[in-house]
Design a protein around this ligand. Structure first.
Ligand code: PLP
Length: 418
């Protein structure tokens, strides 16, 4: 994977831009994404899939900024969406609807209508109720809804329980042991066209064995379906490949593909993948400024201007994220700090027990913040959401303005007094 920050003298830079220039121009806190890193991470997938017929559907929820989607659309990416909001973003960014796969456990009829209208590649159907609703909705407009059934292969992804999705106790997909019958039903429905099979077993996987297990389960089903006369056009193995946050060793895409190759040899189905984190995480950072340094008991706290509402991963998953000074300044002494935000929650931390040489006013950057960062942010504590920029060579493009107080209360109203 491509890390987005390098050191040049006493400067930290993203592409050709010093991090200090980003905060000078756009303020703090601020998310910054490297266009080159996003592009390279996507191209790594294209190269690894090589000559095999494939479709890489970037998982929009990991970073849905329209400039990020635009960058990927230009490279020919497809998109994995989980809501109509994400679909509209893809369309705004110039994405091709015929390369969109639509996941999600409870799509509404309205959402289905819009997706049918724009002509997406397929619906990843996650329940029998959804299948019936989709058939009915497609019938209203005399359309044929392309369907791939998301099966739950009951494979342990060995990742954090909150981001594990392929076990039978998880809410996702249809039990693989029931899937055959559901396909038979789908094939009988007038307004459904069966096109593929899909699974997504979890996120931040550091081992490829669960992917291989899942693929083996899918292939058994694909062959059984073929024997019964249902021939699928694509096999979607989902996303989930991990990234390095700390010292994880992540198998390369080449290793992943080499392991899949013997299973897929001679097969003609298109291979679909839905990577999110592995494309955007290491392409982005969150810049923040130290506001207050204080000591409580034996603990040093660096209170910064970014908080759990801006970056939820540490609070939500106890995730470890690397944090460093954005500029290397002489005469600073190193000490151990908990880096925390100003939000009124003890869970509001970004990093704990880190050796940093900092003082009030310094800028820090949180690494690997490009995925599940801004997209999970909120206005908790009435904090306007931060700016996002995209670095491209020497240029810094503002891709989302910092929210204003007006933005904070948009749509709210006082009640009329009698
Ligand atoms: C979140 C999600 C992905 C992407 O997962 P990553 O771990 O970010 O690669 C892919 N497919 C589905 C259905 C998802 O829900």
């Amino acid at each position: 994977m491509h890390s987005s920050v390098t050191t040049q003298g006493n400067q930290r830079i993203m592409e050709d831009v010093p991090l200090s220039a980003i905060v000078q121009q756009f303020g703090s806190p601020c998310y910054a994404y490297s266009k080159k890193a996003i592009s390279e991470n996507f191209l790594d997938y294209q190269r690894a899939l090589g000559s095999r017929d494939h479709l890489i559907c970037y998982a929009v929820k990991s970073n849905s900024n329209i400039a990020v989607l635009q960058t990927l659309a230009k490279l020919g990416a497809g998109f994995d969406i989980v809501s109509v909001g994400e679909l509209e973003r893809v369309l705004m960014a110039g994405g091709d609807p015929t390369k969109v796969v639509y996941s999600g456990v409870a799509k509404t009829a309205d959402e289905m209508r819009r997706a049918l209208e724009v002509g997406i590649h397929c619906f990843n159907v996650e329940s029998e109720s959804e299948l019936r609703l989709l058939n009915k909705t497609a019938a209203e407009t005399h359309q044929l809804a392309p369907v791939s059934i998301r099966v739950n292969p009951d494979v342990d992804a060995k990742t954090h329980p909150y981001i594990s999705t392929g076990l039978k106790e998880n809410k996702f997909g249809i039990d693989i042991n029931r899937a055959f019958e559901v396909y038979q039903q789908a094939a009988q429905m007038d307004n459904i066209s069966v096109v593929g099979v899909d699974c997504h077993i979890g996120s931040q996987l550091t081992d490829i064995t669960p992917f291989i297990d899942a693929m083996q389960h899918l292939l058994l089903l694909v062959d059984r379906l073929a024997d019964s006369g249902i021939k699928l056009k694509h096999i979607d193995i989902g996303g989930g490949l991990g990234v390095r946050y700390q010292n994880e060793t992540i198998p390369s895409l080449a290793i992943y593909m080499d392991a899949l190759e013997p299973l897929l040899k001679g097969r003609i189905e298109t291979l679909v993948m839905e990577p999110g984190r592995s494309i955007t995480a290491n392409a982005g950072i969150l810049l923040t400024q130290v506001q207050v340094i204080k000591k409580n008991g034996d603990k040093n706290f660096a209170i910064v201007d970014a908080a759990m509402n801006d970056m939820l991963r540490p609070a939500l998953y106890d995730a470890w994220m690397d944090i460093n000074s954005a500029e290397i300044i002489a005469d600073r002494t190193e000490d151990s700090y908990d880096v925390v935000g100003p939000v009124c929650e003890t869970g509001d931390f970004l990093a704990k027990d880190r050796m940093l040489a900092i003082t009030e006013g310094d800028y820090l950057y949180l690494s690997s913040a490009g995925a599940y960062g801004f997209t999970m942010s909120s206005n908790y504590n009435s904090r306007p959401r931060v700016a996002e920029v995209m670095v491209d060579g020497h240029q810094i493009h503002l891709v989302r303005a910092r929210e204003t107080i007006e933005d904070l209360v948009r749509g709210e109203q006082l009640i009329k007094e009698q």
